[in-house]
Design a binder for this molecule. Structure first.
Ligand code: GLP
Length: 252
């Protein structure tokens, strides 16, 4: 695990941009796993800028989204499908036949199985982008997750519902269920980058980077991944040991 602590959200987004842009430049047929949420917005803005200014080409890239609310139509502005189009896909030349978990699938278990199969058929995920929840969830893999789970239906924690209510009219409007890549799906990605900013993520980052590996803190499993880069701003790094609060370090 490598950790890069930056001075600001902007710098965190730039470090992530170097990694994602480098991946796509070196392997134009890359398979990317992409996250939604406020954290990666700066990354997507930067990738759009790199596409527009120097022509970074996404035409051969395949993308898989990490998660989606169940029962939410793609055209709903709160859907993760809509988010990805608005912030990224509609602004670069990724081909429309990108694939998402279908939040409206009638047979959810079958859709989940098909999703993992499709990832395998595309050669597996080269680079997975992750944010982190305040309770250390990744995707929608909430505490007490089964590490062996592949893409599956998830019941959202109350804490996650409260945290995500800011995107909805009120808390009642937040869906209670989602489809998420499972921990096993995420762990099969060849390289993972985890982004976090702000003081409200400090505790989760501490659990992910230096806590015990436990289903109680789903992101802690990343300590067992062979190629993870954690990119955080100073506020999100504030509960880490002093030496990790500046610069870049190989932790183990
Ligand atoms: C959400 C999403 C995650 C995201 C996380 C953090 O619930 N399911 O994929 O990484 O929580 O979101 P944000 O970046 O908005 O803080």
């Amino acid at each position: 695990m490598r950790i890069i602590t930056t001075e600001s959200y902007q710098e965190m987004s730039l470090e992530a941009t170097k990694i994602v842009a480098g991946q796509v430049y070196l392997k134009p047929t890359s398979v990317l796993g992409l996250a939604t949420g406020s954290t990666p917005e700066g990354l997507y803005d930067n990738l759009v800028a790199v596409h527009r200014t120097i022509g970074l080409d996404f035409s051969e890239v395949t993308t898989f989204n990490l998660d989606e609310y169940i029962g939410m139509a793609p055209e709903n502005p709160q859907s993760y499908h809509y988010f990805m189009h608005k912030h990224f896909f509609d602004l670069v030349n990724v081909r429309p036949e990108n694939i998402f978990p279908d939040g409206c699938a009638e047979d959810v278990p079958a859709a989940c199985k098909a999703y993992d199969k499709l990832i395998r058929e595309k050669g597996g995920i080269d680079l997975q982008v992750l944010g982190i929840g305040r309770n250390a969830h990744i995707g929608f893999n909430e505490p007490d997750v089964k590490f062996e789970a592949t893409t599956h239906k998830v019941k959202l924690d109350d804490e996650t519902i409260q945290a995500n209510a800011r995107f909805f009219e009120d808390e009642e409007a937040v869906p209670r269920y989602a489809i998420s890549m499972g921990i096993k799906t995420i762990m099969l990605a060849r390289h993972v980058i985890l982004l976090a900013n702000g003081p409200e993520k400090a505790e989760a980052v501490k659990k992910a980077v230096c806590g015990s590996v436990s289903p109680a803190a789903p992101a802690s499993i990343l300590q067992l991944h062979q190629d993870v880069t954690v990119i955080v701003d100073r506020a999100a790094a504030s509960m880490l040991p002093e030496e990790y609060q500046h610069g870049a370090h190989e932790i183990f």
